[in-house]
Design a protein around this ligand. Sequence first.
Ligand code: GRG
Length: 290
Amino acid sequence: MKNQLNKIAKDTNLFLKKYIQEQENSKLIYAMKYGLFPGGKKIRSKILIDIGSLFSINYQTLIAIGAAVECIHAYSLIHDDLPCMDNDNMRRGKPSAHIKFGESTAVLAGNSLLTMAFEILTSSKLKLRDKIKVKLVDKLSMCSGHLGIAGGQYLDLDFEKKKVSKKQIIDMEIKKTGKLFSFCCAVPAIIKEKSLKEIKFFEKLGSDIGLLFQIADDLIDFKGNSKIAGKRTKKDQKKGKATLISLLGYDASIKYCSKIISDINRNLKIYGSKSENLNDTLEFIMNRNK
Ligand code: GRG
């Protein structure tokens, strides 16, 4: 699992470096590269490749789409760390982008990473028919905007120090984190032009994985070591963040995660041994410490 994740990370970074190298240079690109490289775990690309293997999709195609997802993810982290958002000084073991380059540069680098994701999806480097590319652009924009990551982030900030229900927390976490995983899970079915019902099945799978990922992330904040995590930990409680841990407690949150994993594994049984890679990824998500 770790070896495969490292290979995916390496291939994604290679794709992005080459993609950027072939563009004209700009001053903003330094801050963009700072947000992208060496980057994080590339777990979203791993999920893309796990689900892609159920449909026998070309590896390099998935790496290119994963690179686009990685641009959006890097953008969201740069903006998440800004003083007007979560105000964090450290990310991935180094100073946050706004600490290194200043706020205005961090905002603009983030915006440029967002648009770069769509450049990648429409580029001739992605060997897919235009009709499919339009569907991918449509899905990724829906997952990123007010009904997805940006909307979820709004709720996350809005819920601070407020009493909110379990349903509200789940809705916020699915938007903030789950929607990008939804996109990754839906991509292979979109490429293979599967029915709307099948695409929806994979989107729901993605939002469940994203929810699991977010709860595991909150558990790291709760009990994690900031040196290992590469970011400040034990901050959710101080900030009055609404999380499932703050509402249900630590043990009940772990139980909740186990239930998500067993439900996902049951739903994927129809894919037989092909779904084993994804099972391993879910275990990794739950047991990670960064
Ligand atoms: C991206 C459209 C768009 C809007 C920005 C700031 C913002 C609105 C959203 C923030 C969303 C956010 C930070 C969600 C948290 C997701 C999360 C658990 C991030 C950590 O992901 P990892 O662990 O990070 O995969 P690495 O460093 O491994 O890549």
